[in-house]
Ligand binder design. Structure first.
Ligand code: NAD
Length: 486
């Protein structure tokens, strides 16, 4: 007991040290931003080059750190998402930056011609980034690339669930950035709360809708604008096309990082009467993608015992309420991390069950049968707006209806998740799945201030708008715009 108290005290002390450090870092970065408020194109590109080089050089260290944090994390998945993801984002920003940074000419009102109006994109200043554990490098260095492209200084708060990766990020970034350019803070939830109470010029938060609300509340005290990258229950709508293909692609979305992906297909909607055929096809797909679960280096484990216990509880709750569970393999309680859980498909589900209320974020796939497209769309619309929507094997007309009638952060058609990896597309949620976006040009705009500028030239007849009012030209202008009523 006293041991636990000592440990709590140690954690508090560690958090207190982190909190002190983050205040000092913010002050340093603010001063540096004030001293150099508008980094040039060449300076921003040089920073992005350093980031790209770092990712290439340290790819094995990154994969090893995430593996150590997870218990088992497929090195291929780490390299594909946590190394290649931010690398592609940084490359995309680098190659489009010149055009994005250019001031954009806008039309001056007719009455004000030929004076000039334009938008100047200015760095916001210091951007805070709070990442999470499921892709601990992509979700911190991806926003970092966008923030650097926009000319900002950046403070990153890493997740307490992946401390080794957090330490590695701090060490790696210190190799090529000074702390007044980019700095990394660790610590637990108290440190995260102190972090989001800092008066940043913009805050990018990735995590759950629940904590997203807390982050927005804290940011409101400083009127800090926020980008909230949250989650939700992303549906996979299976049409009357090839069921095997749809099942394989959805299963991949649950096998990849063991379903711990914000855009993982959360549940499947299948035409009534096809649930059993779909369950069989998912089983077959799972066996193909993960022929063995325990000890399989390509099959990532559930990140902590707490997360694994939550998934078991969701399954037990559903079973107690009459759902049928179809595990795709024996659960692993011996080899590997002890948390390499096989996928469980669940049929006969209803909205009263916890697993149809909470985002699953793991290897559990509920199957809901629908009668018509109207039915399926209404089912999705009755819940919170998801981060992604997947349509697989739909007709062209059905696809068009999904795109126009459903709300979601993004969409992949005939697969899951890959829209996020197109770095020219904005990535973000809507409603409960978040607000704002990064990636691509939208990321640059989000992390820049769009400053509207009007420039008056010498011969602008401004006296037309000076009192005393009522001269002929004024009256004509008013009549032209406002009509005879004036
Ligand atoms: P979480 O909200 O519990 O934690 C996310 C981060 O917030 C962590 O780094 C944590 O340290 C920090 N945090 C915790 N409490 C905080 C507080 N009170 N104030 C400020 N920060 C706090 O999320 P999680 O469970 O770690 O991650 C899973 C969730 O994240 C899922 O909902 C998933 O969909 C979502 N997610 C979204 C994206 C995206 O890009 N949209 C990506 C990955 C995960």
């Amino acid at each position: 007991m006293s041991n636990m108290k000592d440990q709590d005290h140690l954690v508090d002390v560690a958090d207190a040290a982190q909190i002190e450090r983050m205040h000092a870092l913010l002050a340093r970065q603010r001063a540096a931003a004030a001293a150099q408020p508008f980094p040039t194109l060449a300076q921003r590109r040089a920073q992005l080059d350093k980031l790209i080089d770092l990712l290439r050089r340290r790819q094995d260290d990154i994969a090893a750190a995430i593996h150590a944090d997870f218990g088992v994390r497929s090195a291929s998945e780490s390299k594909l998402v946590d190394v290649m993801g931010p690398l592609l984002e940084a490359r995309h920003v680098r190659s489009h930056l010149r055009r994005w940074m250019r001031p954009r000419r806008r039309a001056a009102e007719l009455l004000f011609k030929p004076n000039r109006a334009w938008v100047q994109y200015q760095p916001k200043g210091v951007v805070g980034i709070i990442g999470t554990w499921n892709f601990p490098v992509y979700l911190t260095l991806g926003p970092l690339a966008a923030a650097l492209g926009a000319g900002n200084r950046v403070l990153i708060k890493t997740s307490e669930v992946t401390p080794r990766t957090g330490d590695l990020l701090r060490e790696m970034l210190a190799e090529c950035f000074s702390e007044d350019e980019v700095a990394v803070c660790g610590g637990g939830v108290a440190a995260a709360q102190a972090f989001n109470a800092l008066p940043f010029d913009h805050l990018v938060f990735t995590g759950s809708p629940r904590v997203g609300r807390e982050v927005m509340r804290a940011a409101a005290q400083n009127l800090t604008p926020v980008t909230l990258e949250l989650g939700g229950k992303s549906p996979a709508l299976v049409g009357r096309g090839n069921l095997q293909d749809a099942a394989l692609r959805i299963t991949h979305g649950k096998v990849f990082n063991c379903g711990q992906v914000c855009v993982s297909p959360d549940y499947a909607l299948v035409p009534r009467g096809q649930a059993q055929a779909f369950v069989d096809a998912v089983h077959e797909s799972f066996t193909r993608l993960a022929p063995q679960v325990a000890g399989n280096a390509d099959y990532t484990s559930v990140v902590t015992e707490r997360h694994a216990a939550r998934l078991r509880e969701l399954l037990a709750d559903a079973q107690a309420q009459g759902a049928r569970l179809w595990p795709c393999g024996p659960s692993d309680d011996t080899g590997g991390s002890g948390r390499q859980m096989p996928l469980t498909v669940v049929t006969q589900v209803n909205r009263g069950m916890r697993l149809m209320q909470e985002e699953l974020f793991g290897p559990v796939l509920p199957v809901v049968e629908y009668d018509s497209l109207d039915d399926a769309l209404a089912y999705v619309a009755a819940g919170e707006r998801p981060l992604a929507f997947y349509g697989l094997g739909l007709s062209g007309a059905e696809e068009a209806r999904v795109l126009k009638e459903s709300h979601s952060g993004g969409v992949s058609i005939n697969d899951w998740g890959w829209h996020v990896f197109q770095h020219d597309l904005p990535f973000g949620g809507v409603g409960n799945s978040g607000m704002g976006s990064y990636h691509g040009e939208e990321g640059f705009r989000e992390l820049s201030h769009a400053k509207g500028v009007f420039k008056r030239y010498r011969w602008f007849p401004v006296q037309l708008f000076y009192p005393p009012y009522g001269n002929l030209v004024q009256r004509l202008a008013m009549r032209w715009y406002l009509g005879r009523g004036h």
